[in-house]
Structures are given as structure tokens and as C-alpha cells.
Design a protein around this ligand. Structure first.
Ligand code: IMP
Length: 445
């Protein structure tokens, strides 16, 4: 199997789904000549309902999905959830119903859930702060999707697998063990009753993931990473991370494509050296807002809070899962340089370059310093504080770039920005996204 893995190289929300759309629409050929446009399988291998992306279905309907892989809108493509993923049964059913109300119909012919996929139970969500529950990780600003407690239970060997969830006797016994070992006080009978309908709905999607993978052994596949390398539980900005690992794949990848936004965003708590403005002051921003002319002028004159707001409002930087305004900042090449190394990234796709149009002076962080001494990505969580990002100023460009289709169509300054970022991160940028539609992409071989 030839596998293209699509991995975010910042703190998530880099535009991975749009890149996968482009690969299906226009093809993407790696240096060995494999064209992934003909992929027959898209699989997810980590994360769960904490991920969120807006998918545009074949009939043009926008659907927010969390767990269902991006290939579901494509005819003849099978979509698989592999172990490493965790699901919230009712949230997943809601997603399936959302797709089924459009032209994209989800059936066992195009979607399968591996029997070893983990189940997020109601108690996990409550322990993650859902419905006002108290969470030991409230200071991380999680998505409240029960991700931390579900993976914790899996590591403690007291979790519930999808196959067990579907079998009433196994489910009861797994719940018994969970209750006994965790000391939780949920009522097992209530859970069995509450989940009975969900089990019936999801049962047809059960597959043995090894057989499902093997069916596509001679085909081309896309592994869809969720979150981003800086949120990776092992390699990210620990402890401000998600527990799963976008870097670690269940099968060998033939090509590792890193997706990088032309600026930086982050949702939730944790360090962000190039952040513009104070995160406490952004909570009132709403997607339908626009900056006034006066505010725009002040942003361009160097008001950091307003520049952060400009990027947020122009880029539509609001979480697809939680609706939270994303923290925004200048491009951080020091961070991405680390991410592409640890992620074994072969090449990079730069997304949302269009959002930077009409900003006369752009900043790119090229390195970090601590008390004037160059330093790498902190390994010690306290090392992030006091870190000084060192910026290089680059000229911006006037006008809209969304109609550009060739690298040469970009203004000189736009090309200069891409060339600079490429040199600073140490990986070739061979695709540039300049708008949300699949075709709004520049191929730069
Ligand atoms: P959790 O994954 O819900 O436990 O959240 C841990 C951290 O990861 C929080 O800062 C979340 O905001 C962040 N996070 C989780 N999933 C995503 C995502 O898909 N995009 C961006 N941030 C995410």
C-alpha cells in the first residue's frame, strides 16, 4: 500500500481537509511518481471528536465533522477509523446523520469503524469539563470532548473497545471493570440503556481493521492526521497537548506531507511565542465581526492586539469543534522547523496565504533567544516563558491573490514570502493554498 500521510505541523487547524480535497481533485504526485489522487482508502489513526473540520459535500452543503474521515464525500473511497482513534457514539451518529441529509450517504460500503477503536463514555466527557463538570485539565483549555480521560483509561487498560461496546455482555463486563478500577459511580444499567440505541445504529460499521487495511494492500491510501505536531502528546508543547500522536502511524508512510498555515494559530492554553495580543482579550470576537477602518489602520500601524484580531476575523479563525476564537500570531519558523524534523516531513503545503494580503509589513519568527542566546524548542515546559522570538520583517503585497494558479501569478512579495518561509523551515513548499476551494491552490514543483 502506498500511503500519503497528511500531518499538521503547528497547533492544529492548518487546513488538512482542504489539502486532501485538492489531492482528490487535482492529484498529487510524490518524488517516486505515485499519484495519490487515485486513493481508494482514507483512514484516521488518532484523535477523535476533538478534531473539527468543515467539509463541503458534493452538493455544496457545509457540514462540520469531527471523526468521519475526509474521503467520505468522494465516490468509491472507503473511510476507516483505525485503533488510536476514540469515538463518542452519539456525536458520531450526529455526524453520520448530517452527511446523510446531503448527497453524501454514509453506509458500511464507504465507512468502517475498527473493533479496537476506543469509546468515550459519558463519564469521560463529564470529567473533561463537559456540562460544567470539573476537570483536572481545565488549565489546558481542552475541547471537553472527553479525550484526556478516554486515553487515560486506555493506558490504564480499563477502557472499552468499539467491538465490546457492541456486545451487551462484553460491554457490561468492561463497564464493571472500569467502575471497579476507576472508582467512578456511574450506574451500569443506566449506561446500558442509554447506549442501546447507539449500539444498534453503529453496529453495521464494525470491521476488523487488519482485514480492512489488507483489502487495500495494493492500493493508494491517505492517512489523515488530526490536530498538529505541536499538540502531539509525545512531541508537542507538553503538557499543553492532546494525548494522541499525529506523528505515529500504524503503517509505513510512502510520503509525509506537512500542512502549515502562513501564520500561526492555537486554541486552548499553552505557550505561543509569536502570539499577537493578549489571549484573555479575544473571547468576545465573533466570526461575523469585521475591524473598522480605524482599527485596521491601527493594526497595520503596529497595534498587536488588533493585528491578531485582523488575522482572526479575516482568516475565520474560530474553532470548528468549540467555536472558540483561535489565538493568532505571526508565522513561527522556529516551531515549524522543529515539527518537520520530528514528523519526518518530506514536503510542505502552505495554507491560507491569501489571508496575509494587504498587510504591508509581515513578520516571520526565524529563531528563539533566551537572554540573548539562541535556543531551540524548549524541552522543559518552563523554558517557554521568557523566550524571545526573533523576527525578520518582510514586505507584504497589495490586492487579492485568490485567482493565482501558478507561482508566477503571485506578486513578487508573495513569492518572496513563500521563498523565505521555505528556507527558514528547511522543507520544500510544493503546494500553496490561497482560498478555501480545492481549486484555489498553486502547484509549485
Ligand atoms: P483535548 O484534545 O480536547 O484534550 O485538548 C487538548 C488541547 O488540544 C487543547 O488546547 C485543545 O484546544 C487542543 N486541540 C485538540 N484538538 C484540536 C484540533 O483539532 N485543533 C486545534 N486544537 C485542538
Amino acid at each position: 500500500m502506498k500511503v500519503l500521510v497528511v500531518i499538521g505541523c503547528q497547533w492544529g487547524d492548518e487546513g488538512k481537509a482542504k489539502v486532501i480535497d485538492h489531492v482528490f481533485d487535482s492529484g498529487y504526485t510524490d518524488c517516486d511518481g505515485v499519484n495519490y489522487g487515485g486513493a481508494k482508502l482514507v483512514f484516521r489513526y488518532q484523535g477523535g471528536a476533538n478534531a473539527g473540520h468543515t467539509q463541503v459535500t458534493t452538493d455544496g452543503k457545509k457540514i462540520i465533522s469531527h471523526t468521519v474521515p475526509s474521503g467520505v464525500t468522494r465516490k468509491g473511497v472507503y473511510n476507516l477509523l483505525m485503533p488510536g482513534v476514540v469515538i463518542i457514539p452519539d456525536v458520531l451518529i450526529g455526524e453520520i446523520d448530517g452527511f446523510n441529509s446531503s448527497e453524501t450517504v454514509i453506509t458500511p460500503d464507504n465507512f468502517g469503524i475498527g473493533g479496537r477503536v476506543g469509546i468515550t463514555l459519558e463519564c469521560h466527557r463529564l470529567e473533561d469539563g463537559w456540562k460544567g463538570g470539573s476537570s483536572i485539565n481545565a488549565d489546558l483549555g481542552t475541547t471537553k470532548m472527553g479525550i484526556g480521560p478516554t486515553y487515560t483509561d486506555r493506558a490504564r487498560r480499563i477502557g472499552v473497545n468499539f467491538a465490546e461496546f457492541l456486545n451487551e455482555d462484553s460491554f457490561r463486563r468492561a463497564l464493571d471493570r472500569n467502575k471497579e478500577k476507576s472508582g467512578r459511580d456511574f450506574e451500569i444499567d443506566r449506561y446500558l440503556k442509554m447506549y442501546a440505541g447507539y449500539r444498534n445504529r453503529l453496529a453495521p460499521f464494525l470491521v476488523d481493521e487488519a482485514d480492512a487495511l489488507d483489502r487495500y494492500a495494493g492500493d493508494i491510501a491517505i492517512a489523515e492526521g488530526a490536530q498538529g505536531i505541536m499538540l502531539d502528546g509525545e512531541n508537542g508543547s507538553y503538557p499543553f497537548v492532546t494525548p494522541s500522536s499525529p506523528v505515529r502511524l500504524p503503517v509505513d508512510a510512502s510520503h509525509r506531507m506537512g500542512v502549515v498555515k502562513a501564520y500561526t494559530t492555537r486554541v486552548g492554553e499553552g505557550p505561543m511565542p509569536t502570539e499577537l495580543g493578549d489571549p484573555q482579550q479575544i473571547n468576545t470576537d465573533r466570526p461575523d465581526q469585521r475591524l473598522t477602518e480605524e482599527e485596521t489602520r491601527r493594526a497595520l500601524d503596529g497595534d498587536e492586539l488588533l493585528m491578531g484580531r485582523l488575522l482572526r476575523l479575516k482568516g475565520g479563525e474560530f474553532g470548528a469543534t468549540t467555536g472558540r476564537p483561535r489565538r493568532c500570531g505571526w508565522f513561527d519558523a522556529a516551531l515549524v522547523r522543529y515539527a518537520v524534523k520530528i514528523g519526518g516531513i518530506d514536503n510542505v503545503v502552505l495554507t491560507k496565504l491569501d489571508v496575509l494580503s494587504r498587510i504591508p509589513k509581515l513578520q516571520v519568527c526565524t529563531k528563539y533567544e533566551l537572554a540573548g542566546v539562541p535556543t531551540g524548542i524548549p524541552m522543559d515546559r518552563f523554558g517557554w516563558y521568557g523566550l524571545e522570538p526573533v523576527f525578520e520583517e518582510l514586505p507584504g503585497w497589495e490586492g487579492d491573490i485568490r485567482s493565482a494558479r501558478m507561482f508566477g501569478d503571485l506578486p513578487k512579495e508573495g513569492r518572496g514570502y513563500v521563498d523565505f518561509v521555505e528556507a527558514a523551515i528547511g522543507r520544500h513548499i510544493d503546494l500553496i493554498s490561497i482560498g478555501p476551494k480545492g481549486e484555489e491552490t498553486i502547484v509549485r514543483k
